[in-house]
Write a protein that binds this ligand. Structure first.
Ligand code: GLA
Length: 397
């Protein structure tokens, strides 16, 4: 496999033994933002940006962690996996190992080296990629008995979904971030050249081939740090819960906020406090936009999809209030570029990345000019990634 990573591994841990490689994807969410924890449908896709883990079994009782990008080293005692909640680096790995163990997986003693090119804090889910890659590593390295090659190295979709759910649990209960299921699910289950239509209430999903014709997805990092983002994220979640509680009193059959139709909302919005009404209006509208996007993509109506991306951004800006000057400027500049037919923030917001639909002949010019003007206006340099839509978690052979 990857010789550079293998060499680095041997430099840190010494040579010898079988080294295996596992990966999980970063993700871009195409549409359906702040919808997963409201029980609705989202449309993420896996990226070529990913977390790769090089792994080798040990014969004692520890899991050693190292990374290619930072110098930190951590050693986890397999008998005390619950004790590492305060770790800064290594928290996601420890949390995942703890949850896997709790779910009955045997966590083997291992040396692990992480190589993650999903930019941190960018809204492309580096944390989910680390968690899911750790889960897959544990599941396959700890597997006993399977002497058939395929059995030893492959996880079924069912197992991958289980790992995604455990990864979300690690993030919620170990790292203390109350995220939904979208990122971990996408990181585990992504499929090359497809978007995943995921129902976050039932975890039913389908793969929708992403045929964008002459258009390309361009991902740009605003490089605005997401400070305060976590508090605001939790605040949005509780505003949605408040909205659901009020609407449930009138609509007893609804389970989730995503079950509220535009007609229901029109009828009962007067009962909601102004800010909560804004948040709920975003959620209800975004659910409709996800359904419309799926239809538009299936019919090859790319321009229509692009417009839905714009509308999603406006709603996140004006109603949900999770954008900010950097994301608003970057998407605005994108939209005013002649080759671009739609642009929005992706992920939690408050900073991080945007996704734009750009004509293939305009991509180079888009990157140059949008980047230049963004820097002039905001004073930050945006990064543009050369991305493709790829598979989720797997062993790299
Ligand atoms: C973050 C969370 C996800 C989701 C998005 C917003 O990425 O981890 O669960 O809520 O924000 O859509």
């Amino acid at each position: 496999m990857d010789n550079k990573l293998k060499n680095k591994f041997e430099e840190i841990y010494g040579a010898g033994g079988e080294i295996r490689f596992f990966a999980a994807a970063g993700r871009v969410n195409l549409i359906g933002e702040h919808i997963d924890y409201c029980g609705g449908k989202v449309l993420p896709a896996g990226l070529n940006l990913k977390c790769v883990v090089a792994a080798r079994l040990r014969s004692d009782k520890v899991v050693n962690l190292a990374a290619t990008t930072i110098g930190d080293r951590v050693s986890l005692d397999i008998g005390k996996l619950g004790d590492y909640r305060e770790l800064k680096w290594g928290n996601y790995q420890a949390g995942m190992a703890y949850m896997m163990q709790g779910a009955g997986y045997d966590v083997p003693a291992m040396d692990l080296l992480y190589d993650c090119d999903v930019p941190f804090g960018s809204g492309l889910s580096s944390s989910a990629a680390i968690e899911v890659a750790t889960g897959v590593t544990i599941a396959l390295m700890g597997r006993k008995g399977g002497n058939k090659e395929k059995e030893k190295r492959e996880l079924t979709a069912e197992e991958l979904v289980k790992i995604a759910v455990l990864a979300q649990k690690a993030e919620n209960e170990y790292a203390g971030v109350s995220c939904g299921i979208m990122d971990q699910f996408a990181s585990a289950m992504a499929k090359k050249d497809c978007a995943i239509l995921l129902d976050c209430a039932t975890l039913e999903y389908s793969y929708n081939p992403l045929k964008l014709g002459d258009y390309r997805l361009v991902i740009a990092n605003s490089n605005k740090r997401r400070s305060l983002a976590e508090g605001k994220y939790n605040e949005r979640r509780s505003e949605c819960e408040e909205g659901l509680a009020v609407l449930k009193s009138k609509l007893p059959n609804i389970q989730n906020l995503s079950d509220v139709t535009p007609k229901d909302l029109q009828k009962y919005e007067g009962l909601l406090p102004p800010v909560v009404r804004q948040r709920v209006t975003h959620v209800v509208g975004e659910c409709v936009r996800v359904a419309d996007s799926v239809k538009a993509l299936a019919k090859g109506k790319i321009a229509e999809f692009g417009e839905l991306l714009n509308q999603s951004h406006y709603s996140l800006r004006d109603l949900y209030e999770v954008t900010g000057v950097e994301l608003d400027t970057l998407t605005h500049l994108a939209r005013t570029h002649k080759g671009c037919i739609g642009s929005r923030m992706t992920g939690a917001g408050f900073g991080g990345c945007t996704v734009s639909l750009v004509h293939k002949d305009s991509v180079a010019d888009f990157v140059e000019n949008v980047g230049k003007t963004y820097e002039q206006k905001v004073g930050l340099k945006a990064d543009f990634y050369d991305t493709s839509i790829e598979d989720g978690a797997r062993e790299l052979l």
